[in-house]
Design a protein around this ligand. Sequence first.
Ligand code: MSP
Length: 511
Amino acid sequence: MKTFYITTPIYYVNDIPHIGHAYTTIACDAISRYKRMKGYDVHFLTGTDEHGQKIQAAAEKKGITPQQLVDEIHKNFKDLWKVLNISNDDFIRTTEERHIKTVQAMFKKLIDQGDIYKGTYSGYYCVPCETYVPENAMGENKTCPDCGRPLTIMEEESYFFKASKYVPELIKFYEEHVKAVMPKIRYNEIMSFLKSGVHDQSVSRTSLKWGIPVPGDEKHVVYVWFDALINYASAIGYLDDPERFNKWWPDVRHMVGKDIIRFHCVIWPLMLIALGLNIPVEVIAHGWWTYNGEKMSKTKGNVVDPFAMVKEYGLDPFRYFLLREVPFGNDGDFSERALVGRINSDLANDLGNLLNRTLQMIKSYRDGIVPSCDDSSSDLSRLAPEILSRVDECMNDYAFDDALKAIWEFISRSNKFIDETMPWKLAKDENESQKLNHVLLNLYEALRLSAMLIAPFMPDTSEQIFSQLGLKDNPLKCQYDLFKWGDSSGNRIGEAKVLFPRIDVNEWQKA
Ligand code: MSP
């Protein structure tokens, strides 16, 4: 069986989860569910990044130890993944033994083979971002190009990773694998960065206590990014389970925000080359969400809380909105008005109505039993295979929005089919009985296929539709390639319920 190993970034636990975290994780969930339906053996990893300056500072502020802080805050992420119906197979914390030992073993291996050496580092450092910033990348008045805060000069003894040594090999790899970094704009960014030269990287700190001790030199702790990146390998048994590691590693891919691609597409692959491991087959970078056009920040108090969104609008509408609203890779704006718009139009009007109208008609015209007809072919049955393969292509490119657009094209076509065939007229004429059977069977099949197609994005809704259609299978367990236009005649439909209540925009505005 083909394997598919996908990871989210591991999230800092200095703060509560927000929409950016939810977004990456939902996207990984959708692709994982999709690949499972395609018959892949999937391993989906997420977790938390628990060491470093940010965590130490957050703990100090709260007057607790870093360990207490991470033990507390990581639970918010686990809770959120439950609320968001995330199907991750593992959750790694960088304070776990399996991870700490792996980091130390890799660090030692690189020291032993001469790829990590001791030196002195001096440079401009951004404390909140925990990065040294090269002079040519600084903002005005020596500020951090990422967060805009002032930089401080730091000098410390440090271990260095000989990143520069492996750059030519990495450039060659990317020249031969143009889809290893997606989308193209990020690939180009990484290539020009690599070609402009990469310095050896400082990979330890003496200025900080909260980290993994460097093996054999405990006044140093391992730099948090060197530590964090290794989670992708430590979680699958790099150290003590070679069989498990070799099963997943060759097909590893990372989904990340565009702000952390240098770590994932430059530093990490260089570490992997030095360690003799293959480079990730894909790094997929998504854009950033703003809120009502503004950058989210705690000081502005406009950080979107995923728990609150789910409570207010429901889980599947939230999942749908995030993946449908912006092309993956682009920046997007989160606005509740736009979310309400999508709930009313795409979900309540298009999908909800199609289900409701179809079930009502099968109930009143055929006593709730799906009728049979000699030949169910129609515009819908001819469109179905085209939609299936379009969704497949889009998913291979992580174009979630286009996949959903294709599915909604099918749903809209089905609604139009009702308007064109006017089953309420057919029902009045005995001679049109066969035609009516044909229409009802077509609509039922279209809904069965649509429910399967939306399963990776909206798993609960998909199950609800199956149950309302009276289908006993679990759509998420269906194998995509076996899902074809079929003949469901004779099935008894289940109980019809409203899938997505319409939101009264006037009332909503007042609230
Ligand atoms: N701990 C590091 C990752 C280490 S991976 C080996 C980290 N953590 S983070 O919690 O700060 O960010 C995690 C992810 O959230 C990043 O991919 C980042 O792009 C994403 N987002 C943070 N804010 C975001 C938005 N406003 N919009 C979309 N994603 C954003 O970085």
